[in-house]
Design a protein around this ligand. Structure first.
Ligand code: NAD
Length: 358
């Protein structure tokens, strides 16, 4: 099996290097090959997703992705900006299901802005649809002037749309994920106002008929945003569209204290996928050896489980991360009084050592 490694920009190369060290120590029979993506690829080849990088990703069983983007590319025309690489990969690899677990590790309960009793033991899974919704609807009323300004334009608009097959396949993904957990799904929509999401609710309910063992409830997105901060543990699997998922998954991520801890997986219908930390390229801390590599290492664990059929190795990696947290090691983003502050590289080394010792 082949793994494509795409480190990207900012802290991407630093955190991916640590995940690769973890992969190496597992001694599994995988080939790895890496390529430039994002701003780094634009600077070297004039495009954020060069053909060679796309081909490497298309030929791979899984992609380990760091992050892309830097403010210095903000003046480029939109199609050449680093962030287009991730959109292009989602499109070409037909990645339609984004999995974002939000887990609060007992050792990090205090890092949350919520009270420990509300957050302790949190373990929820947000399933976000990735290919439809307002981000891809036609027509788009976005007129891009060279400097990106809308001055003088009378209006702008985007169109929200979902097709039945798009909703059906994400519904199946969510119900099947719930089967391996506590068998509860909350579908989040805005059916009271938007036709698209009344349709979403109806199709979810139809597909649910095939899963009599799973409990389904529907919730409006404004209420879901409120419940996530009021009583997040009442959720188990939460499934929603592209835009609501974008917002709610970041909200859920921050509940757990640091975005530096949260992995993600984006899968296609053959379970091939792209695995990346939930955060971005953090240019403000790039090159300083202070970024938290654990979200990327945990993304590697998701890759082993979902795309590479190595559930046992995934458990070993996750256990090593817990061991390191138990030992009190913390990067700056999760550091607190009484714990030991370490850098990116040292955190990676600690996970490697924990794996070797297990
Ligand atoms: P960001 O997630 O990069 O950073 C937000 C804050 O979190 C920053 O203070 C950063 O220092 C901190 N942070 C992020 N990851 C961290 C880690 N591993 N350890 C410690 N601290 C961490 O979001 P942003 O600043 O809004 O965006 C920066 C760039 O990243 C932009 O160009 C944006 O477009 C891009 N971005 C890329 C992706 C992606 O590649 N999938 C996702 C989101 C943002």
């Amino acid at each position: 099996m082949n793994i494509a490694i795409l480190p990207g920009d900012g802290i991407g190369p630093e955190i991916v290097a640590e995940a690769v060290r973890v992969l190496d120590v597992l001694e599994l029979p995988f080939n790895t090959d890496s390529a430039l993506v994002g701003g780094a690829a634009y600077e070297a080849h004039g495009h954020p997703l060069p053909q060679a990088t796309l081909k490497l990703a298309q030929d791979a069983d899984a992609v380990l992705f760091g992050a892309v983007g830097d403010w210095k590319f903000d003046t480029l025309e939109r199609s050449l900006r680093p962030e287009q690489a991730i959109l292009g990969l989602r499109k070409h690899l037909q990645l339609f299901a984004n999995f974002r677990p939000a887990i609060c590790y007992p050792q990090l309960t205090h890092a949350s802005s919520l009270k420990p009793e509300l957050i302790g033991g949190l373990d929820i899974l947000i399933v976000r649809e990735l290919t439809g919704d307002i981000y891809f609807g036609q027509p788009r009323g976005r007129r891009e002037s060279p400097d990106g300004a809308f001055k003088g334009h009378p209006e702008a608009f985007d169109t929200m749309r979902y097709s039945r097959p798009e909703i059906e396949r994400i519904a199946h993904v969510a119900f099947q994920a719930a089967r391996k957990r506590s068998k509860r799904v909350t579908s989040v929509d805005k059916a009271n106002v938007l036709e698209t999401f009344q349709f979403w609710r109806d199709v979810m309910t139809e597909v649910h008929a095939e899963y009599p063992d799973i409990e389904l409830d529907h919730m409006y997105v404004d209420n879901a945003a409120m419940q996530l901060v009021k009583a997040p543990k009442k959720f188990d699997v939460l499934v929603t569209g592209n835009m609501f998922g974008d917002i709610l998954s970041d909200e859920a991520a921050m509940l757990t204290g640091s975005i530096g801890m949260l992995p993600s997986a984006s899968l296609n219908s053959e379970n091939r996928g792209l695995y990346e930390p939930s955060h971005g390229s953090a240019p403000d801390i790039a090159g300083k050896n202070i970024a938290n590599p654990l979200a990327t290492i945990l993304s590697l664990a998701m890759m082993l489980r979902f795309s590479l059929n190595q559930a046992e190795a995934a458990l070993r990696v996750e256990a090593a991360v817990v061991k390191v947290l138990e030992a009190g090691l913390r990067t700056a983003d999760i550091w607190s009084e009484g714990t030991q502050r370490v850098g990116t590289r040292e955190m990676g080394s600690a996970v490697v050592a924990a794996l070797k010792a297990a």
